[in-house]
Design a protein around this ligand. Structure first.
Ligand code: LLP
Length: 423
């Protein structure tokens, strides 16, 4: 995203979201708090749709990146489709008013109950991840007297050059089927009366910054589709997944979408396929920030800790993937910089948002914003250390709207059951 398109920018040295000062938002809703820019989400969605416009794609937002119902509704109004991976996500998108014909169901472990739920909703495609899953889906569909539209997820064994935990298209990953196995499954589906083979699915990983792995995947798919055709098997759809990388670090460059689009559009045109995409992070990631307040400054051995009121419970990406999030002081009037560790109150050494980060030296009471937290932020939040989950706010049309209330201590225990003899 071009830098001047960014939702979080300084106005008179005070950081704002689409012009609304973050200090006002924090005063109204408290911290820690996720703040999202509706305008940025819309812009990112349109930018992706436009880059691939020559293929008239269904851009199926990858719900897992951020499942807040207000955001789902906003994207539904933009004409988005939705990629889901569980019955829970299906329920959320249905509640947001999305019709089954705009829903793609992915995931390696679909249960019988989830399959039933998705067949009932009339989803556009099930992405099959294994032969066993195909057999199960055929049985479930038969019991409901339905025909399930399916795509086979192909594992093209290309190196996505991203963090190993978010790479999915290699031999060692649990995702997709080997080309030979995928071809065999395509044959088998001909004999399964309650499945209808619609197409192929490939998603090689997340946060991919380089167009090359996508190009390699296109080449593999091209050959594979030709191979299927020579066996008399036709496909009509290609779901090219998501994984479009964003710029987290200053100086980093987001994936060149146009370069990828050229390759993918070429592929679908050659084979006359309907294109489906499943971007998550590239739509919501840059649109969100985690707003947090500094509690204490604690001098350490060779660094200084800023202890904040957010933690790995709100944003686990640094702990889990050594991920980088830019952290800005909401008030940048003071220019003196220092080397800081930004740490939370949770009892884990991995509880940090940044380590040895050169930044404007924060003081107790300062507000900080961890940027690019709109994707895989709140959705990966936990209640560890009995921390209630934070609130979420959407800035739309110059106004901050609460889209999820802050949890309370009561929320933490409400599902517990105390056996009578312990009462
Ligand atoms: N399609 C499939 C089949 C996926 O598995 C994923 C992400 C996506 C689409 C969307 O990928 P995106 O466009 O957002 O990169 N928690 C990790 C990311 C895990 C991604 C899982 N699958 C993180 O925080 O980086």
């Amino acid at each position: 995203m071009p830098r001047n398109d960014r939702p979080f920018q300084y106005r008179d040295n005070a950081l704002a979201c689409d012009g609304v000062p973050l200090s006002d938002i924090a005063a109204e809703f408290g911290t820690p708090l996720f703040v999202y820019s509706a305008g940025t989400i819309r812009r990112n969605f349109r930018r992706i749709a436009k880059a691939f416009a020559a293929a008239r794609p269904l851009v199926a937002y990858s719900t897992k990146a951020n499942t807040n119902g207000a955001i789902l509704r906003l994207l539904a109004a933009e004409g988005a489709g939705f990629d889901i991976v569980s019955g829970g996500e299906l329920d959320r998108v249905r509640r947001a008013g999305v019709g089954g014909d705009r829903i793609i169901f992915a995931g390696v472990g679909k249960t019988v109950a989830e399959m039933r739920q998705a067949l009932k909703a009339g989803v556009l495609e099930f992405n099959l991840e294994s032969a066993a899953e195909a057999e199960r889906l055929n049985d479930v569909a038969a019991s409901m007297k339905r025909i399930a539209p399916v795509a086979i997820r192909v594992n093209p064994d290309v190196d996505a050059r991203t963090h190993k935990f978010i790479s999915t298209g290699r031999k060692e990953n649990k995702f997709g089927l080997w080309l030979e196995d995928a071809a065999q499954l395509a044959q088998r589906i001909r004999d399964l009366p309650n499945l209808r083979l619609e197409g192929l699915h490939a998603h090689i990983g997340s946060q991919i910054l380089d167009a090359e792995p996508h190009r390699n995947a296109v080449a593999v798919l091209d050959e594979f589709i030709n191979g299927l055709a020579s066996e008399g098997i036709e496909v009509h759809t290609l779901n090219f997944g998501g994984g479009f990388g964003i710029a987290y670090e200053p100086g980093q460059k987001a994936l060149d979408l146009k370069a990828v689009a050229r390759e993918v559009v070429g592929l679908v045109k050659r084979h006359n396929l309907k294109l489906i995409l499943e971007p998550g992070r590239s739509i919501v990631g840059p649109a969100g920030a985690l707003l947090t307040r500094v509690e204490f400054i604690k001098p350490g051995h060779d660094r200084t800790f800023a202890v904040i009121d957010a933690a790995m419970t709100e944003l686990i990406r640094p702990a889990l993937y050594q991920a980088y999030h830019e952290i800005l002081n909401v008030d940048r009037r003071r220019g003196k910089t220092a080397l800081m560790d930004i740490v939370g109150p949770v009892c884990e050494s991995a509880d940090f948002l940044a380590q040895k980060r050169e930044m404007i030296a924060p003081r107790p009471g300062d507000l900080l914003a961890a940027l690019d937290a709109g994707a895989y932020g709140f959705v990966m939040a936990s209640n560890y250390n009995s921390r209630p989950k934070p609130a979420e706010v959407l800035v739309d049309g110059g106004q901050a709207h609460l889209i999820r209330r802050r949890e309370t201590a009561r929320d933490l225990t409400k599902h517990e059951v105390v056996p009578e003899h312990l009462q």
